[in-house]
Write a protein of this length. Structure first.
Length: 277
């Protein structure tokens, strides 16, 4: 199979734990692009927190906010966008109070919340975006926004995830980190935006590789012709992909390219972990 599109999650997949792209991953991405493969970053990150990485890799397109926004980087234009309504965000705020979780959204490239949390600090650190603490969340949210995140201790947030999916079935709900429960408009996820982009580029579903590590990657892993987990995948998701490669800290993305795009059997002399095709 000749693959034409390689879709990469960022945090804990392409990026190492210190939020950098290893030289091994970078070199292999360049080789894939030289073979004509469209390399696309697809992340739960806000658009401003992705753009530098995508342009540095000379990508043409980028999927941000868990699929809610698709950007044409060559022309610096948004070619697809879906948002939560103000009313949905207010309802989510009420739900967060009921369930005793923190909640954030994004307004004018700023993280907005009415509470402090160590988990909000993680998002601020990852994205590099400013955080505005407001006295009244609903008063601050006066228009639509792309997504919200509920944040709390991981063991409790799994319970919240199940409850929210039943309480608000008209929303798209997924975990991007154990303490991040992402909420977007119904039907919005990474797979839907990859399908949109593939149609635009005349690429068949079977010609796509997707690589990820977390619950918000599951739809694209199952959609792609080849769905790949890095070895640090959330444990309960390990059985839902086609292949498992090395971890984010051990150049798993480079391994994918070496094996499935360049067609080499071994990766850097390392024995394959599972499911060699």
């Amino acid at each position: 199979m000749k693959y034409k599109m390689l879709v990469l999650d960022m945090d804990d997949t392409l990026l190492t734990d210190n939020h950098t792209i290893s030289k091994e991953n970078r070199a292999m991405i360049a080789m894939a692009q030289a073979k004509g493969v469209e390399v696309v970053l697809a992340s739960g990150r806000p658009t401003p927190a992705m753009t530098h990485y995508a342009k540095d890799l000379q990508n043409s397109y980028m999927i941000s906010f868990n699929g809610a926004v698709v950007t044409d980087l060559k022309n610096d234009t948004v070619i697809f966008e879906q948002s939560l309504t103000k009313e949905q965000i207010h309802e989510l705020h009420d739900y967060s109070l009921k369930m005793k979780t923190h909640i954030i959204t994004y307004i004018n490239d700023t993280i907005v919340s009415e509470t402090h949390s160590e988990f909000i600090e993680v998002e601020r650190s990852i994205t590099g975006m400013p955080h505005e603490l407001v006295p009244d969340f609903k008063a601050a949210v006066t228009s639509n926004a792309v997504k919200c995140i509920l944040l709390e201790d991981p063991s409790y947030l799994k319970t919240v995830e199940s409850d929210l999916k039943q309480a608000m079935p008209d929303l798209s709900v997924s975990m991007s980190k154990p303490f991040f429960l992402e909420v977007a408009p119904n039907g919005i996820d990474k797979a839907a935006s990859i399908a949109f982009l593939a149609r635009k580029l005349d690429i068949d579903q079977s010609e796509i590789i997707a690589v990820g590590n977390a619950g918000n990657d599951l739809t694209m892993i199952q959609y792609a012709g080849l769905g790949v987990w890095v070895d640090n995948v959330t444990p309960e998701l390990r059985g839902f992909g086609d292949v498992i490669v090395a971890s984010n800290n051990n150049h798993g993305v480079a391994e994918v390219i070496e094996r499935y795009i360049l067609g080499h059997i071994n990766f850097m002399g390392i024995k394959q972990k599972v499911f060699p095709f």
